[in-house]
Design a protein around this ligand. Sequence first.
Ligand SMILES: NC(=O)c1ccc[n+]([C@@H]2O[C@H](COP(=O)([O-])OP(=O)(O)OC[C@H]3O[C@@H](n4cnc5c(N)ncnc54)[C@H](OP(=O)(O)O)[C@@H]3O)[C@@H](O)[C@H]2O)c1
Length: 322
Amino acid sequence: MNDIGLKAEDRVLILGATGFIGKRLVRELAREHIKMRILARTPSKAEGIVPEGADAEIVKGDLTEKKSLEDALKGIHSAYYLVHSMGGKSLLKNTEFAQMDKKAAKNFVAASDKAELKRIIYLGGLGEKGEGLSEHLQSRAEVGNILASGKASATILRAAVIIGAGGASYEMLRYLVERLPVMTCPRWIRTRIQPIAVQDVVRYLSGCLKNPETAGQTYDIGGPDILTYKSMMEKYAEARGLAKRIIIDLPFITPSLSAYWVDLVTPIPSGIAHPLIEGMKNEVICKDNRIDDFVPIEKTSFMDAVKIAFSEETGGPGVSGF
Ligand SMILES: NC(=O)c1ccc[n+]([C@@H]2O[C@H](COP(=O)([O-])OP(=O)(O)OC[C@H]3O[C@@H](n4cnc5c(N)ncnc54)[C@H](OP(=O)(O)O)[C@@H]3O)[C@@H](O)[C@H]2O)c1
C-alpha cells in the first residue's frame, strides 16, 4: 500500500468526464488542485468542462480502442471510471449495452495492467445479486468485478438514483412529475429506494481518492431518506411547490409499457429509459455506512437535492441536455 496514496505530483485519469457525474467531478478535482488527464471520445466536448487554470490534459480516446487507452494511462496514478454505454433512440430493447460495457472494462483492465496504475475508483449501481436483478444493474456489478480483477486496487461505490440536473433517472422523474398531474404506474412504484444528491456523490468520489484506506473496498452510498418511487414523486412535487400528484398503481402495467409511456412524455432516449425502468423492480437501499468512517459528509436531504437540481436547470424543463 506504500505508493497508493496520491501525491501532489501525481496525475489522475478521468473516464466519462463529459457525463453527468464526470463533469462535476472534474470541477471538484480542479478546486482541489489535482492534476488530471481527461480521456474523451470527442475532445471538444471536454474542453468546456475544464475550469480556467486547472491542470487538465485532454486526450482523444475510446474504451473500445485499446491503443488509445495505453497512451492515456502513461504516467497515471489513479483513474476514475464513470462510463456506461446505455443510450440511443431505438424503441427496441437495447440488449447490447451490457456487452459493450463488459468489453470496455476488460480493455481498460488489460491496458492498466500493463501500465503503473495504482487505483481505480468506479461508480456503479446498488442492488443485490440474484435472479431478479435487472440487466442494467447486473451489468453495473459485472463491470465492477472486471475492474477489481486487475492489478490496480479498485474502490467501488454503489449508488441508487442520483439527484442532479442532467442525470437520466432524475430527468425522467422530473419530466413525469412536472408534466403529469395524474399518473398510472406499475406495481414497482412501491419499491424502496435510497436516492443521493449528486453533490454528495462527488464528495464521496473525491474523498476516496484522498483516503488510501478506501482502496480495494466496496461501499454503498446513499442520502438520508429511504423512499419509494411513489413517495419520491410526491416529494418532488412538494419540493417544487406543485399541486399534489395523483398516482395510481396498476399491477398489470409492464415495465415495457411504462417505458413506451416515458418515451411519449419525456425526451429521455429509450435506450436509457428502458433499462432504468426495468431496474425499478429492484430495491436499492444501502446495506451499510462504512464509507462514513473515511469520508464523513453532511448528507443532503431528497427535498434539498431536488431544489438544488431544479435551480441548476437554467430554463426550466427541457433544457438539461435531453
Ligand atoms: N446517473 C445516475 O443516476 C447514476 C446512478 C447510479 C450510478 N451511476 C453510475 O455513474 C456512472 C456515470 O454515470 P453518468 O450518469 O454520469 O453517465 P452519462 O452522463 O451517461 O456519461 C457517460 C460517460 O461515459 C462516456 N463513454 C461512454 N462510452 C464510452 C467509451 N466507449 N469510451 C469512452 N467514454 C465513453 C460518455 O462519453 P461521451 O460524452 O463521448 O458519450 C460519458 O462521458 C455510471 O457507471 C453509472 O452507472 C449513475
